[in-house]
Design a protein around this ligand. Structure first.
Ligand code: NAD
Ligand code: ZN
Length: 358
């Protein structure tokens, strides 16, 4: 529930097969054109079946696939997708379906937010990580100067997470998704931290009911926070835990070396050290955080030819920092974080040293 809009998040098996029913429930008729946006990995796996089903039910469905990967959250791909929408004859009543991970969700969502000043869209997440990106209405693309610098708030009509799609997700991408779940646990819910520790093996083994529960708990935390502060004037900022340094690492080498989740994991490690120096966070919190991250096979250090100056510059451009101030979300206890407005540059350099691998 946000101020102007409420929507359902569906999580389960076989949900793609029930899409026609979902469209009916949402009042979307065959007079409304649909555009299915996906990427070059997910499109060939899942778009055909969805398109067939919708066409059989009398819907007109166009498709547009972008190259898989973070580089597609770009002005170039944005323009291409908008072009495909125009060519297919989408109008202000049309609906966009975003089928893929966070990249497709953010890009297609931004197309929906801006096409003819905004048309509705549905999120069909296919990565574990996208339980986070599909909820909350932040959509956008990157600029050479940093991540997500061009974007909007545009809530979807519905989020439909068919967990069957996770069976084809590469293990590295599955692990990456746990970074955002670990983040949600660490900022909000200490019992979820314990739950993740206890079920780590079965989760990485893709136990379907545990994955559903993890996604449910993650979405529940995200929704609870976004309901309180949709436009990030306050509490929503805690969802950026691990992201300030994480985004800088992601952007500094052109988004090629590490996944978003891996960068968030490394970013959280730097944040626990900053927490110890700035907020006197107990050392046990550092140990537990690092152990949890490692137990899901995520990195705690990075190794890239990026100087401290380059990284600090990217951190200053991160839109979370206001007028060049270096603000951070830092842990106080497990399950509890705080916003710290001015972190000294020297401490950030020290934190970067801790997370630099050989
Ligand atoms: P992604 O969308 O690039 O997907 C990762 C890889 O997995 C891609 O190669 C993709 O083609 C492939 N893939 C996706 N689903 C698959 C499936 N079911 N089977 C096989 N392959 C599949 O990356 P991501 O990790 O899902 O998302 C990362 C993005 O999400 C980042 O750009 C990040 O900034 C964004 N994000 C946004 C928010 C938000 O609130 N809007 C929140 C968190 C993250
Ligand atoms: Zn993230």
């Amino acid at each position: 529930k946000t101020k102007n809009h409420s929507y359902d998040i569906q999580i389960g098996s076989g949900l793609h097969k029930q899409l026609v029913q979902s469209l009916r429930e949402l009042g979307i008729t065959q007079q409304q054109k649909l555009m299915l946006i996906s990427d070059s990995h997910v499109g060939p796996l899942y778009a055909g079946r969805i398109q067939d089903q919708l066409c059989t039910a009398g819907y007109e469905v166009g498709t547009c696939f972008v190259p898989a990967g973070e580089a597609s959250k770009s002005i170039l791909q944005y323009e291409r997708v908008v072009g495909a929408c125009l060519k297919f004859g989408l109008d202000r009543k049309s609906v966009i379906l975003a089928l893929g991970g966070g990249v497709v969700g953010d890009l297609a969502g931004f197309v929906a937010a801006s096409f003819m000043r905004g048309i509705p869209f549905i999120q069909l997440p296919t990565t574990l990580l996208a339980h986070d990106s599909a909820v909350g209405g932040k959509v956008g693309i990157n600029h050479a100067m940093g991540k997500n610098l061009i974007g909007a708030f545009h809530q979807p009509l519905r989020v439909i997470f068919d967990v069957d799609t996770l069976s084809t997700l590469p293990l590295r991408q599955l692990r990456s998704g746990f970074a955002e779940l670990i983040k949600e646990a660490l900022i909000w819910d200490v019992s979820f931290v314990g739950w993740l520790e206890n079920h780590q093996n079965a989760l990485l083994g893709r136990d379907p009911s545990l994955l559903c529960e993890a996604i449910y708990r993650g979405c529940r935390i995200k929704a609870t926070i976004v309901e309180q502060d949709e436009k990030e004037n306050g509490i929503r900022a805690i969802l950026n835990y691990g992201h300030t340094i994480g985004h800088a690492i992601e952007a500094c080498a052109g988004y090629k070396h590490y996944t978003h989740g891996e960068c968030v994991a490394i970013g959280m490690v730097s944040a626990v050290y900053l927490g110890q120096w700035v907020l006197k966070t107990p050392p046990a919190v550092i140990d537990k955080t690092i152990r949890l991250i490692e137990s899901f096979g995520l990195p705690t250090q990075f190794s890239l030819p990026c100087s401290d100056d380059e990284l600090i510059n990217l951190i200053k451009h991160d839109k979370k920092s206001t007028s060049g101030r270096l603000s951070f979300i830092l842990p106080k206890q497990l399950g509890h974080v705080e916003m710290v407005e001015h972190v000294q540059e020297a401490l950030i350099v020290q934190a970067l040293q801790v997370i630099r691998g050989g």
